[in-house]
Ligand binder design. Structure first.
Ligand SMILES: NC(=O)C1=CN([C@@H]2O[C@H](COP(=O)(O)OP(=O)(O)OC[C@H]3O[C@@H](n4cnc5c(N)ncnc54)[C@H](OP(=O)(O)O)[C@@H]3O)[C@@H](O)[C@H]2O)C=CC1
Ligand SMILES: CCCCCCCCCCCCCCCC(=O)[C@@H](N)CO
Length: 334
């Protein structure tokens, strides 16, 4: 046979093999995906009064779930609950409640969960820990209490809620429950201006990874969402203290509406994904930092991680260079 033919057949066989492996990986994920059907189930959403949490609560309402939202400000909760009810699949059958709690307070969190279960008359089977905030700034210019606050709300708030709900699921012998935690693209890598926030979102990833493994004992499914920029009230607030260099670097991320993020999150949950990312940058970092997290598609994720392997080093060098010149230019103007 002529050489070019041998080469062509070899290349085609390799590509064909990769495509088959990719398809098999996809079939494996579909076959092993845990059932995700919220219809007639009690779903509990922290931070459900605005931003991403409200969009998640609305998507749950559209799917026929009984929804409880949790936050601190009652007026905002009330208004959101009306908007959530308005999109319900069958408004007469579905129940909608709100409970007031500061998730950083363990007792309040436990009380709120008890209240929600009593009012709904149903145990929680689907939990979404969305409550969180970001208060960016330059590390040494921030106080340790500011840096601790973001850890308290994002990490400890998630911990308190997940702990109580997981215990109740096990005690109530509820199998097939789902726990969804919200990290961030910044749960994958560290960025200037986000020291406290990155720590809190890495912590959530760690908790989610460990619980994914451990709670299999009880048939409880764990997921972690890693969104990029979302246009929400929280985003407006964080921009008030965000250093300019942070804004410049994250400008590469286009940002998404909370509705789009929620739709993507539900797609990932239905596919049975553990680590869910809904924008290209977060997918790149998810694949590049996957460690022992389950793959969403082994072949595709490996291919994307190869792109990260090549592209992230020059990008990081560019960021490091910008940070060094930023401090230099700051000194000049002092
Ligand atoms: N916006 C973004 O760009 C990104 C956001 N994320 C994450 O997504 C999640 C949602 O963000 P987003 O929608 O922007 O946030 P918002 O600030 O718009 O909304 C936050 C929600 O959480 C509630 N909440 C805040 N603190 C507490 C608390 N201590 N106890 C109870 N409820 C609380 C708020 O209500 P109330 O104040 O009344 O308590 C509100 O309902 C967060 O975990 C955030 O870190 C991740 C990546 C990007
Ligand atoms: C070739 C490689 C290219 C890589 C480009 C990377 C660009 C960096 C984008 C950073 C996005 C940060 C989103 C933060 C969202 C968030 O959690 C905060 N808004 C807090 O709420």
């Amino acid at each position: 046979m002529e050489d070019w033919r041998v080469a062509l057949i070899t290349v085609l066989s390799v590509l064909g093999g990769i495509a088959v492996a990719g398809a098999l990986s996809e079939i494996y994920l579909r076959l092993t995906a845990a059932k995700f059907d919220v219809r007639d189930k009690h779903c509990y959403v922290t931070g459900g009064s605005q931003g991403l949490g409200k969009s998640v609560a609305q998507d749950l309402a559209r799917r026929g779930a009984h929804v409880t939202i949790v936050a601190r400000r009652e007026a905002v909760l009330k208004e959101a609950l009306a908007e959530i009810k308005a999109v319900a699949q069958s408004p007469k059958q579905q129940k909608f409640e709100y409970v007031i709690a500061d998730v950083t307070d363990r007792e309040e969190t436990v009380r709120a969960i008890g209240e929600a279960v009593d009012r709904q008359g149903k145990p929680i089977e689907y939990l979404f820990c969305v409550a969180g905030l970001s208060n960016p700034g330059i590390f040494i210019e921030q106080t340790t209490s500011t840096l601790q606050q973001v850890m308290d709300i994002n990490y400890t708030g998630t911990l308190n809620t997940v702990h109580e709900v997981a215990k109740r699921m096990v005690d109530g012998k509820i199998r097939g429950g789902h726990l969804v935690m919200v990290s961030s693209t910044l749960g994958f890598f560290g960025l200037i201006g986000y020291s406290g926030y990155c720590a809190s979102k890495f912590a959530i990833r760690g908790l989610a990874e460990a619980l994914r493994v451990e709670l299999q004992m009880y048939g409880i499914h764990v997921h972690c969402y890693f969104p990029g920029t979302i246009y929400t009230p929280g985003y407006e607030t964080e921009n008030l203290t965000k250093p300019q260099i942070t804004k410049d670097i994250e400008g590469a991320d286009e940002g998404m509406s909370p509705e789009k993020c929620s739709a993507g999150l539900f797609r990932g949950l239905a596919r049975g994904e553990f680590a869910i990312a809904t924008d290209p940058i977060s997918v790149l970092f998810r694949c590049s930092t996957r460690g022992t997290m389950p793959n969403n598609n082994f072949v595709l994720d490996t291919f994307i991680s190869a792109i990260g392997w090549i592209a992230l080093t020059p990008w990081r060098m560019f960021v490091d260079y910008s940070v060094k010149s930023y401090s230099a230019s700051k000194k000049k103007t002092e």
